[in-house]
Design a protein around this ligand. Structure first.
Ligand SMILES: [Zn+2]
Length: 308
């Protein structure tokens, strides 16, 4: 639908990142005219924007430059995808070092990476509303942030290790021995939110799995492990707005949108649409796209009502 908008009445902005801090979700936003990066609380945030055609893209890592002077020189503009070539290169180098660190000979690991690895880590198993489960690891001091980032619904924190290498060895062992994977696709997470299983069977399943995981670890011969066995619940997942929620029927990366954020699970938001409906959308669709923000009437949407 075409709309008439006065060119001076809106701001050119790019949503760069969704991130969690102190158990709260935030949005990192780049303002093109002011050349500023700001952070806004995501709960209650009003999205009111339209996507011009064609639109410009900004590297989603661009905001890091404003926060940390030691970051690489981000190229800012991107032709396609979410990151500029330079950031992709840097991220790949880091990721390959970080994720494979436990498979390498210690003498071949950089001092910087070894130092990074020398802190307590937790091995957890997490469950999602579609019934999928995964094993994962996180530095102990950011375990809750990690679970919130992933949009897990329930989790059991199984053991703590003294460093990041041991915990990764254990994680691979669990995958190999028990067949528990290390990642869940966003599609499965969204399917689960649209058709959630009951909590009780999911919690039971995690409890059984955590017992198997613990046995597997105790039989591994790896020592210097502390058992924790605490459970974690994602409080956002019990908010009423998620009940019988349906999918926002249009992509956030085209057209006009007007809605307010009610709740967030991982990178999926429950949005109060101007029509009065609460719908869910993957905020990742919007990240990196330069939009025109201001007083905007959202496109009309049509959602079939669920009959149950
Ligand atoms: Zn970049």
């Amino acid at each position: 639908m075409k709309k008439i908008v006065n060119n001076n009445s809106y701001k050119r902005i790019t949503y760069l990142k969704v991130f969690w801090k102190n158990n709260q979700p935030y949005l990192q936003i780049y303002d093109h005219d002011a050349d500023l990066v700001t952070t806004q609380s995501l709960i209650g945030y009003d999205f009111s924007y339209q996507v011009p055609t064609p639109f410009e893209r900004v590297c989603v890592n661009y905001g890091d430059l404003f926060e940390d002077e030691n970051q690489n020189r981000c190229e800012k503009l991107v032709k396609s995808g979410k990151k500029c070539d330079r950031c992709i290169r840097e991220d790949n180098i880091f990721a390959s070092q970080f994720h494979n660190v436990h498979t390498k000979d210690r003498s071949s690991i950089s001092q910087k990476m070894l130092k990074r690895m020398q802190k307590e880590n937790i091995l957890y198993i997490a469950g999602f509303f579609d019934g999928s489960t995964k094993v994962g690891t996180s530095a102990s001091n950011r375990i809750h942030t990690r679970l919130l980032e992933q949009g897990a619904i329930h989790a059991v924190l199984v053991v703590e290790t003294l460093d990041g290498i041991t915990v990764r060895l254990l994680e691979d062992l669990i995958t190999e021995e028990l067949g528990i994977g290390q990642s869940i696709s966003i599609r499965k997470k969204i399917d689960g939110l649209l058709n959630p299983l009951l909590r009780e069977p999911l919690q039971k399943e995690l409890k059984i799995l955590s017992g198997k995981v613990k046995d597997c670890i105790l039989n591994s011969g790896i020592t210097e492990i502390t058992e924790i066995a605490t459970t974690w619940e994602n409080e956002y997942s019990s908010e009423t707005c998620w009940e019988k929620i349906q999918k926002y029927p249009i992509s956030l990366s085209t057209g006009s949108h007007e809605m307010k954020v009610r709740s967030v699970l991982g990178r999926v938001a429950a949005l109060n649409h101007s029509s009065g409906m609460t719908l869910l959308a993957d905020l990742d669709e919007l990240l990196g796209i330069t939009v025109e923000s201001g007083k905007i009437t959202g496109d009309e949407i049509s959602v079939q009502t669920k009959l149950f």
